[in-house]
Design a protein around this ligand. Structure first.
Ligand code: GLU
Length: 487
């Protein structure tokens, strides 16, 4: 199945675009077809330099590399490759002109000479009459002589499609099933603009036909334009591809996802430290239900399991809590060696002695269970490299039912118990055994919380015994003595 991703190079790579690119990529790979990238650069005023390269880099980060079309070569340069090019619409203008002329010839399109001022006036009147804004077809009724004269005089014009008002246009969408559109509700869309560039509507129909696209997966916002596209395919004598309109991405309050709801640019997620695997996993699950309880998917598993018949029609909530949860899950999946390797440079930057720590992997292991982003590692390991300051407020805990008044006694027990533990028993199990046998009148939590807090100075950290083992006896007793002084 040939699928495609045709962004307009008007800015950054939006998370919604990455999601449609991913969906197209998955289905082409599933069927061992090509995934191609085309650049829809027909809106000349909105072009942003560097956007294409940026988008390709964002896709590559996620593990999506086009098989054909616009891509990055081994030097990171943007190039075009493939037998169906050129893949920039701005290099295909003659084709669009040719097909627009064919549509005029066949009576399915007409020249429109209305000025922008006239169109604004027309819209205002329609609004006042509470009518839907639509071109009123003034130029559709011009005589052939009038049209020829105006063209000859070089009057600025566009070409519009002539939508048959009496028709019902029917089409089967791969996600939504049968769709019906009444012709009289469809606007006479501009196909070719005054500057000679096509609109999206004509350009994508011509390109998806000539590039032999089998399946167009695009955002729901294009659904209302579908009848225009179906008519164009029909008039040009071409079979349309399959279409699947994926649901909109919604914010938590079920509004269309926008900048106000947080980051919408993929690069912001990269900068925050999300793993590419997480983003792919998260985006694939937006609106798609695998039909099982599985939530963690690798790209390969998605290629195997993803299908459009399990994509919902309703909008998909972009749930950042779920994203963070997935990030945590993926962090745990990394091997201990790889995890230590990834965080070592970050930790070393803050604590240079980590570089020569032969047991670094052990420390890394203590935080891998709790970490969300690699960049949190130095902070999470601070307790190991730097003596903490644990306040009385932290050492006592209402939740653990520890009052400030009890702290001196608690620390006395801890100091006594731990200084009696011989070096050879200084392990998680050995320490646990010793402390649990010497609780005095206290409950387990009443000793473990202050111990952990005294050793790390943090409200959350690895467990007390793991921390104590990693620090070693000498440091532990020293920190206990310090904490005791504050009580
Ligand atoms: N250039 C269009 C966009 O960026 C492409 C839509 C499509 O997939 O056909 O929205």
């Amino acid at each position: 199945m040939r699928t495609r991703f045709p962004p307009s190079p008007t800015g950054f790579l939006h998370v919604g675009s990455l999601r449609t690119a991913l969906t197209n990529h998955l289905l082409s790979k599933k069927t061992k077809g090509n995934f191609l990238m085309r650049i829809e650069d027909t809106d000349r005023e909105r072009l942003v330099p560097g956007a294409v390269e940026n988008m390709l880099k964002g896709l590559a980060w996620a593990g999506i590399v086009p098989d054909e079309g616009v891509m990055l070569d081994s030097n990171g340069e943007v190039v075009q490759k493939g037998t169906h090019g050129p893949y920039y619409q701005s290099e295909r203008l003659d084709l669009y002109k040719k097909y627009a002329a064919e549509l005029i010839e066949k009576g399915h399109a007409y020249y429109c000479f209305c000025t922008p001022e006239r169109l604004t006036e027309m819209r205002k009147e329609q609004e006042a009459r509470k009518q839907a804004p639509m071109y009123d077809r003034r130029c559709c009724n011009l005589s052939k002589e009038d049209v020829d004269a105006k063209l000859k005089a070089g009057e600025r014009h566009v070409i519009r499609m002539k939508v048959p008002h009496e028709r019902t246009i029917t089409f089967n969408d791969d996600i939504r099933g049968e769709m019906k559109f009444q012709g009289h509700t469809v606007d006479d869309q501009v196909l070719l603009k005054g500057d000679g560039f096509p609109t999206y509507h004509l350009a994508h129909v011509v390109d998806d036909h000539l590039m032999e696209t089998d399946l167009v997966i695009r955002g729901e916002e294009w659904l209302s334009s579908l009848p225009k596209h179906i008519l164009l395919f029909e008039w040009l004598g071409w079979t349309p591809p399959q279409y699947a309109h994926v649901p909109l991405l919604l914010s938590k309050d079920r509004k269309k996802l926008s900048k106000r709801d947080g980051d919408v640019a993929v690069e912001e997620y990269i900068a925050k430290g999300y793993l590419p695997e997480v983003m792919v996993n998260f985006l694939a699950l937006l609106g798609w239900n695998p039909g099982t309880t599985q939530e963690i998917f690798t790209m390969d598993e998605l290629i195997e399991q993803f299908s459009l018949d399990r994509v919902q029609k309703a909008g998909a909530i972009f749930d950042l809590e779920k994203l963070d949860w997935l990030q945590g899950q993926w962090m745990r999946k990394i091997s201990p060696q790889e995890f230590a390797k990834r965080i070592l440079p970050l930790v070393t930057e803050k604590f240079p002695t980590a570089a020569s720590d032969k047991d670094f992997i052990k420390k890394a292991q203590l935080i891998q269970e709790r970490i969300t982003f690699f960049h949190e590692a130095p902070e999470m390991l601070t307790w190991f490299y730097k003596e903490p300051h644990a306040s009385v407020e932290l050492l006592a805990s209402e939740k653990q039912k520890i009052t400030k008044a009890q702290l001196p006694e608690i620390f006395a027990i801890l100091e006594k118990t731990l200084s009696d533990v011989p070096e050879k028993n200084w392990t998680v199990d050995g320490l646990k055994d010793a402390v649990l046998k010497n609780l005095g009148d206290f409950k387990q939590g009443q000793l473990l919380w202050p111990l952990r807090a005294a050793l790390t100075g943090l409200p959350y950290s690895p467990g007390a015994f793991e921390v104590a083992e990693a620090l070693g006896k000498e440091k532990v007793l020293h920190r206990l003595a310090n904490a005791k002084k504050t009580t």
